[in-house]
Write a protein that binds this ligand. Structure first.
Ligand SMILES: Nc1ncnc2c1ncn2[C@@H]1O[C@H](COP(=O)(O)OP(=O)(O)OP(=O)(O)O)[C@@H](O)[C@H]1O
Ligand SMILES: [Mg+2]
Length: 737
């Protein structure tokens, strides 16, 4: 049974008061009855003595009316019995008379056998007093007992008095108890219960997470002190919990803002807590191992959890859109008090972009190396071709169809032309081929390429174009872009030996476009060119290598592995990006993004000069004898006087002597001992307004020296190998400036 504090205190107080009143009543009544009894004994003894005296004479003279003289005694209200006995306890007279037969108390009979002192016995009837009656025969004789006087005094009045006292005591105790209980209840209520209930309420609020109000200090006592201490405690707790909340907020915001994906797992690898970065990368994944890219990796992951090992590894994980992410992963097991694993904590660093950049860097370095190599090769190659092509042209101009030399010259000319094309290809790789940048409409280029493709594609391949109208212009080299389309289309054709569809699409994409932002490209608008096929597709491993130079899966002799390498170079040179999406057995899509140009190009192409003849003195400085000779053989028939110099020094000497007659210097850029730049400087020192046409196996773009000299006053540049028409036009244009 649950009793309230008030009830317990009331019961306790009642018990104490009842016990006190019982003890006090007992003590009081005992003392009271003792004192009453004492008075009664004195009175009884005196009365019995007086009765004995009054009865003496009657006993001596054997007068039987013994009580006559004691009538004043027996009339006393408390005397219930008065008797006179002979010395042998024979009842002689009695008041009232019916008590005559009543024998004396045996104790009295026994007492007076040896004693003559009066006696008092407390009996059932009251206080029983005996006093001997003496007779002295002479004055000297010893007194003899001749009888006994007996008086019984009633005890009823004393008993009644005591009962009344007890009753009064009980009543008083009850009233005191009642008042005490009421008073104590009020006191306890005010001093204890009220503050304790306030404390109780405040503690309950604490439990529910509510900060309780400040408790008033009602009294200056222990409870008051307790309230004060409680207030201090709640202040301290509030202070600490505020700090805790603040620090938790800070940790939470750090947890969410941090650039690493952080997660908490239970012991089976179920995800129980993640930060914002994790959600951004993996969405709402349920288990950690489901993030693994392959089932095998998933199983290995599960095994690691079972073993509870600390893990630091680079893993390929599946992002929320199913994309592959490369991440540095660290997982740490958490242990309970008994040392058993009860969960894991860990974090991931997304290094996908870093990896991509690394791959791009490696590829760029590879391209750079190949490019440098190819550039050097192309230079020598072009010098050779210049001579072959030039002399083939000269022979052709000197012979007619049917001449024995005409056909071989044609064959040499065509072969040299193909060689020149190949040289161009190599220069594309080395990025040293001169780009003819113009503002172009990508749709025009696709349309031009389509004509060629539709003619050359096998019948079982359907070529479809889906070109968006009104696409912004881009600045590009039209023939290079055409080569991009052709290279991609040829690859698509090779991937569809049993036929399929080749789709070429164009569109424009803004910054917000998902595809573009997935590529993590620079900000801006782009023109998108897609070439898709329904061919064999490319698996993930191969996808990583296809842009590498000389990577091919085709049979020896069928592919050089340079197609995509060139595509990549061209697009990079144009400031664009390329990506691909491929599914094995379904097909492949290459997407090319080229930056949009704001201003429309108004450049006009130089018109073709029909008449390439001219006059004047030309100085050709070239270390290649074939090229020098070719220039003379090509240009003299056109009306020019041609002087030849085999080195920079020789050229400078000739120019010094003939400076007034020489109209134009045609100068190779790369020469041993003294390069083009030095020679140009020397010529300028001799004659400030000297006209110089630069000439090189490298292109203007690829070779920074040409650009510099053009800025410093060289008229123009021409790239080897050149045709007679090309050099003649360049000379005419230079001379007219
Ligand atoms: N559309 C495609 N479908 C399937 N595989 C392709 C596709 N395009 C390229 N590839 C793969 O990429 C490889 C490299 O292509 P790339 O164009 O660089 O060289 P190639 O076609 O083998 O030779 P080349 O183009 O120099 O004649 C190809 O060998 C082929 O395996
Ligand atoms: Mg190819």
């Amino acid at each position: 049974m649950r009793l309230s504090l008030k009830t317990k205190v009331a019961v306790f107080i009642t018990l104490i008061i009842v016990a006190i009143s019982i003890i006090s009543t007992f003590l009081f009544t005992t003392a009271h009855s003792r004192s009453k009894e004492k008075g009664r004994v004195v009175r009884g003894t005196a009365l019995s003595y007086a009765l004995s005296n009054a009865a003496e004479e009657g006993l001596i003279y054997e007068n039987l009316d013994l009580l006559k003289k004691a009538s004043y005694i027996i009339k006393a209200p408390d005397v219930t019995v008065a008797q006179v006995y002979s010395n042998i306890w024979e009842a002689l007279d009695s008041y009232p008379l019916d008590k005559l037969k009543e024998p004396p108390h045996p104790a009295a009979v026994a007492h007076f056998k040896n004693s003559s002192e009066p006696l008092y016995v407390k009996s059932r009837d009251g206080y029983d007093f005996y006093s001997p009656v003496f007779f002295r025969a002479s004055e000297d004789a010893a007194p003899a007992i001749i009888g006994f006087g007996r008086i019984i005094l009633s005890s009823a009045d004393i008993d009644k008095e005591i009962k009344e006292i007890i009753a009064m005591n009980i009543m008083a105790s009850a009233v005191i108890t009642l008042f005490a209980i009421i008073a104590i209840n009020m006191l306890i209520g005010r001093l204890v219960i009220k503050p304790v209930l306030s404390l109780h309420r405040a503690a309950a609020q604490f439990k529910d997470g509510i900060m309780p109000d400040i408790l008033p200090q009602l009294h200056i006592d222990e409870i008051g002190e307790l309230s004060l201490e409680f207030n201090r405690m709640s202040h301290a707790i509030k202070d600490r919990s505020d700090k805790l909340i603040e620090s938790e907020k800070r940790i939470k915001s750090l947890f969410d803002r941090v650039e690493h994906a952080i997660f908490g797992l239970d012991k089976d690898g179920n995800i129980i807590e993640v930060n914002d970065k994790f959600k951004e990368l993996f969405g709402s994944a349920k288990t950690f191992c489901s993030l693994m890219m392959s089932a095998k990796k998933g199983n290995e992951c599960l095994l690691r959890f079972v073993k509870g090992k600390v893990v630091h590894a680079e893993e390929n994980l599946m992002g929320k859109h199913g994309e592959e992410l490369t991440a540095l992963l660290s997982i740490y097991p958490e242990f309970d008090d008994k040392g058993n694993i009860d969960g894991f904590d860990g974090y991931l660093i997304d290094i996908t972009e870093k990896k991509r950049m690394e791959e791009r860097l490696i590829r760029a370095q590879k391209m750079e190396a190949v490019g440098t190599l190819a550039g050097g090769m192309a230079h020598d190659f072009n010098n050779l071709l210049t001579a072959i092509l030039g002399y083939a042209e000269i022979i052709l101009s000197m012979t007619k169809e049917g001449d024995p030399f005409h056909k071989p010259a044609t064959i040499i000319h065509d072969a040299a032309k193909r060689g020149a094309d190949f040289g161009k290809k190599i220069l594309l790789i080395s990025r040293k081929e001169k780009m003819e940048i113009k503002s172009i409409d990508i749709n025009d280029i696709v349309k031009n390429s389509l004509e060629l493709l539709q003619r050359s594609m096998p019948k079982n391949i359907e070529v479809i174009a889906n070109l968006k109208e009104g696409i912004p212009h881009t600045k590009a080299d039209a023939s290079q872009l055409q080569q991009v389309i052709i290279n991609l289309a040829v690859n698509a054709r090779d991937a569809m030996p049993d036929g399929g569809k080749l789709l070429i699409e164009t569109s424009s994409v803004g910054l917000e476009n998902g595809a573009a932002s997935n590529m993590r490209m620079d900000k801006g608008s782009f023109i998108k060119l897609s070439v898709s096929d329904t061919g064999t597709g490319i698996d993930r491993l191969t996808q990583r290598k296809i842009f590498d130079p000389f990577f091919t899966t085709k049979e020896v002799g069928k592919g050089t592995g340079l197609g995509l390498y060139i595509v990549h170079s061209i697009i990079s040179n144009h400031g664009g990006y390329i990506n691909l999406y491929s599914e094995p057995l379904k097909g492949t899509q290459f997407n090319i993004y080229l930056p949009v140009t704001k201003d429309t190009d108004t450049e006009e192409e130089p018109g073709d000069t029909q008449d390439i003849r001219g006059s004047g003195m030309l100085l050709v400085i070239d270390d290649e004898a074939d090229v020098r000779e070719l220039c003379r053989d090509m240009l003299e028939p056109l009306g020019y006087t041609v002087l030849l110099a085999e080195s920079g020094h020789a050229g400078i000497n000739i120019f010094r002597q003939m400076q007034d007659k020489i109209s134009l210097v045609i100068m190779d850029m790369i020469m041993p001992k003294m390069g083009g730049a030095e020679v140009f400087q020397a010529l300028k020192t001799i004659k400030a307004d000297v006209k110089v046409l630069l000439c090189s196996g490298y292109s203007q773009n690829g070779f920074a020296g040409i650009d510099k000299l053009l800025k410093r006053g060289a008229i123009a540049s021409i790239q080897k190998p050149f045709s007679r028409h090309a050099i003649a036009s360049a000379i005419k244009k230079a001379l007219s400036e």
